[in-house]
Design a binder for this molecule. Structure first.
Ligand code: NAX
Ligand code: ADP
Ligand code: K
Length: 506
């Protein structure tokens, strides 16, 4: 699914109105009615005090539609218009009149701090102050209103977006509604997925308001959401008439004394992702650990007992994963440099491999084209330098991706795959995966797909999705706390199976 900018969403509304031969008020009625139905489904007529705060634009208009339906269905509703200016939108005004006609009552106007009502913990607050039209930071008494909403402890439902949040930039103000739930129209917004802003959104659901399908199909976006539907079509079925040589001969290089488990996890994950042949290149002291832990894999040992210092001269792999547990010793820098010089096909660099690249920037020029880097935020900061906010982080990552012709997988709650100007936002995974070694497993999954000749951007996008999906499948049985990286590595097969099953896990 595409992530659209505020301007593209507004254009979608305009085209929909034109092509469907409806008025903008009818589109607003459609949007507001869908929100009402969701609320009505949840509340089932319960007499919870509902307080709706409406701005004076179309987000406020949506709020008034919801308010009218709630009143008509017998809910206890207080409607407030956050009247910071009298320049109200036409569709707001139409619904303002309609509300009065239907309910025989005007909403209450808030024009200053004194007019802000008390909000109790037991209230159900609907935030319809600002949506995608926010174009500057919120000032004055409206900050006090937002502060009161946030401090109230009431359940807060945001319409389209929490007020104060921009769809695709970061607010420098803390006057942002902290929603428990957001019901958004048609396409989710970028800020729903960024670490800086996602907590304001709470849980969210996207409602289909039937924006023109042709417009949605044709509109150009460089930011995409990856769910099961998108991941499924990337999968390449295995052929009956095939042998292990068809599924990649990969090399996993890394490990150091005390950190041999990392490469074991990586290689185990690769084997369970369908790799034909897997060889590990590890310090000599890891030999027994790996041969016992993963009998399917072959092992070549470095001459150094505790760290990598060299590279396997007479070994040719389809792709290489370098870095898990490797450390950053001078000898290991030399080892990575040799791999980079020798490997002509895209490879994957993770963990200490990335730290070495950050400390020895000259090595970045040696990265084979379309290699994949898989940093967590700490590793990314070392690689790119500091950023002001998540939007600048994405800009820096795109610049790095273009300069070095590589793909960057920024790991996190919503892992983002950066391929030049494109961003793919992953939707699978859960907090149970915030556990030691789950990143090592991801490296094994993506390297395996690279070895199976998936195009590097596809290997990254599909690998990240499957890794998260596997985590979700395990968490469904074991809970978040019970989930370990080893379980993900061992159970990757279940993620492939779930790609083609109907039940909704992620
Ligand atoms: N056609 C329709 O009727 C539809 C309406 N929708 C709703 O329309 C919303 C967008 O409506 P609008 O474009 O009217 O914008 P908003 O209702 O989000 O904002 C209203 C106006 O406030 C002003 N403003 C922006 N930032 C401000 C600030 N910090 N302080 C004071 N004033 C500020 C701007 O002039 C803006 O146009 C969406 O979020 C959604 O809720 C659509 O999503 C669905 C279709
Ligand atoms: N809250 C979360 N929700 C979804 N996925 C998560 C969450 N926390 C961590 N992950 C995933 O787990 C992995 C953690 O990787 P990383 O930080 O490198 O761990 P390690 O270094 O221990 O291997 C990443 O793929 C990340 O996206
Ligand atoms: K809102």
């Amino acid at each position: 699914m595409k992530i659209l900018t505020a301007a593209q969403i507004a254009e979608g509304d305009r085209i929909t109105i034109e092509r469907q031969g409806i008025t903008s008020e009818e589109l607003m009625e459609r949007a507001g009615t869908l929100i009402f139905k969701q609320i009505h489904n949840r509340l089932q007529g319960a007499q919870i005090p509902v307080k709706i705060f409406c701005g004076i634009g179309n987000n406020g208009g949506d709020g008034l539609v919801v308010a009218r339906h709630l009143v008509q269905h017998g809910y206890t509703v207080e409607v407030y218009v956050v009247n910071y200016t009298d320049k109200r939108s036409d569709d707001f005004l139409n619904n303002y009149e309609k509300f009065k006609e239907t309910t025989k009552d005007w909403p209450q106007l808030i024009k200053e701090e004194d007019g802000i009502p008390e909000i109790d913990q037991g209230d159900f607050v609907i935030d319809a102050i600002f949506g995608i039209g926010l174009n500057r930071k919120i000032k004055g008494w409206m900050c006090k209103l937002i502060e009161r909403i946030n401090k109230s402890g009431a359940f807060v439902l945001a319409i389209d977006m929490p007020s104060g949040l921009f769809p695709d930039k970061i607010s420098q103000s803390d006057a942002i509604v902290h929603a428990d739930y957001t019901l958004s129209f048609q396409n989710p917004k970028l800020s729903f997925f960024l670490p800086d802003t996602m907590d304001y959104v709470g849980e969210f659901q996207v409602l289909d308001i039937a924006i023109d399908r042709q417009y949605l199909a044709e509109v150009k976006s460089e930011t995409f959401l990856v769910g099961k539907e998108q991941a499924k079509i990337l999968y390449k079925p295995r052929k009956p008439n095939s042998h292990k040589g068809d599924y990649g001969n990969i090399l996993v290089a890394g490990g150091s004394y005390g950190k041999m488990g990392s490469v074991l996890l990586t290689a185990t994950a690769a084997m369970h992702t369908g790799t034909g042949l897997c060889t590990l290149y590890i310090p000599e002291s890891g030999y027994t650990i790996i041969q016992t832990g993963l009998p399917e894999a072959m092992v070549i040992t470095d001459k150094n007992a505790k760290i990598l210092s060299d590279f396997p001269k007479n070994f040719k792999a389809d792709t290489v994963c370098f870095g898990p547990g490797a450390g950053t010793a001078e000898e290991t820098v030399h080892s990575l440099e040799n791999f980079l010089k020798k490997q002509k096909t895209p490879m994957l660099i993770d963990a200490d491999g990335l730290n070495i690249l950050s400390q020895h920037k000259g090595l970045q020029d040696l990265l084979p084209e379309n290699s994949i880097l898989t940093p967590h935020p700490g590793e990314l900061k070392r690689l790119l330098g500091k950023w002001k906010d998540d939007i600048e982080k994405l800009k820096l990552a795109k610049e790095f991706s273009k300069k070095y012709k590589v793909i960057i997988v920024i790991k996190g709650t919503h892992t983002m795959i950066i391929n030049r100007d494109e961003i793919y936002i992953n939707t699978s995974g859960n907090p149970g995966m915030a556990t030691a070694g789950s990143g090592d497993v991801l490296s094994g999954v993506i390297t395996s797909l690279l070895g199976q000749k998936y195009d590097p951007p596809v290997a990254a996008v599909l690998g990240v999705y499957l890794h998260g999906l596997c985590g979700d499948i395990i968490a469904a049985d074991e809970g978040f706390e019970g989930l370990t990286a080893g379980m993900i590595a061992q159970n990757m097969g279940s993620a492939f199976k779930a790609l083609f099953e109907n039940q909704e896990i992620a």
